[in-house]
Design a protein around this ligand. Structure first.
Ligand code: DC
Length: 203
């Protein structure tokens, strides 16, 4: 396929959008960009003293490789740098170019359907209750051997939701034309099936 086809998948932390995005991209043979990683890489740099705007403007592909980008501390730092308009602006061109790749692209994040790709061919908003999301994230972190409690993870998820939804620039919200998928009571397979049904109907 030489044409472009853009799938925008937004939603709050741990709603399942990463899992769905990866699976959709693999199924269709599309490229996948987890845009949260861009903000995590910038956030991680601020933890070692780099100015967030400088970090965003000088971000390199290899900055996305670190496995330590998946920690709760980096997630909070990412959510904090994500409120800064200059940080967001520095990351726009890369995301838009990725979205236009020949062969199709899946981008997941918070503002893909609203700001980055308002003309995306398919927009999904994947969500779930804060409690369900916190439990999933807790299991992930506990499986990795991280020393966290359920209460800490729930507080983290709520703090991040609050910051992501209430910032002035590109807040987390469903695009007007996004299809909502609530994964609170869905298995991974059922959520993936719901996503693919929407995508196939628009191809
Ligand atoms: O998807 P994630 O949990 O890896 O994202 C980390 C943070 O990055 C999230 O709390 C807010 C920010 N983010 C954003 O503002 N816009 C995006 N498109 C993706 C992530």
């Amino acid at each position: 396929m030489t044409e472009t086809f853009t799938i925008a998948i937004d939603g709050p932390a741990a709603a399942g959008k990463g899992t769905i995005s990866k699976a959709v991209a693999a199924r269709l043979g599309f490229a996948h960009l987890d845009t949260g990683l861009l903000y995590r890489a910038v956030g991680a740099k601020t933890l070692t003293g780099t100015d967030p705007i400088v970090a965003a403007q000088s971000l390199q592909p290899e900055d996305l490789d670190g496995t330590d980008l998946r920690t709760p501390g980096v997630a909070q730092a990412a959510s904090k740098v994500a409120v800064i308009p200059e940080v967001r602006a520095a990351l726009v061109d890369f995301q838009r170019a990725f979205a236009r790749r020949a062969g199709g692209a899946v981008l997941d994040g918070r503002d893909i359907g609203t700001v980055i790709c308002p003309d995306a061919d398919v927009k999904l908003f994947v969500t779930a209750s804060a409690e369900v999301r916190a439990e999933r994230r807790y299991q992930e972190l506990a499986d990795k051997g991280m020393d966290v409690t359920r209460d800490e993870v729930l507080a983290d998820v709520k703090a991040r939701d609050d910051r992501d939804m209430n910032r002035a620039e590109a807040p987390l919200k469903p695009a007007m034309d996004a299809v909502l998928i609530d994964t609170s009571d869905l298995s991974i397979e059922a959520a993936l099936e719901a996503a693919l049904k929407e995508i196939v109907s628009r191809r």
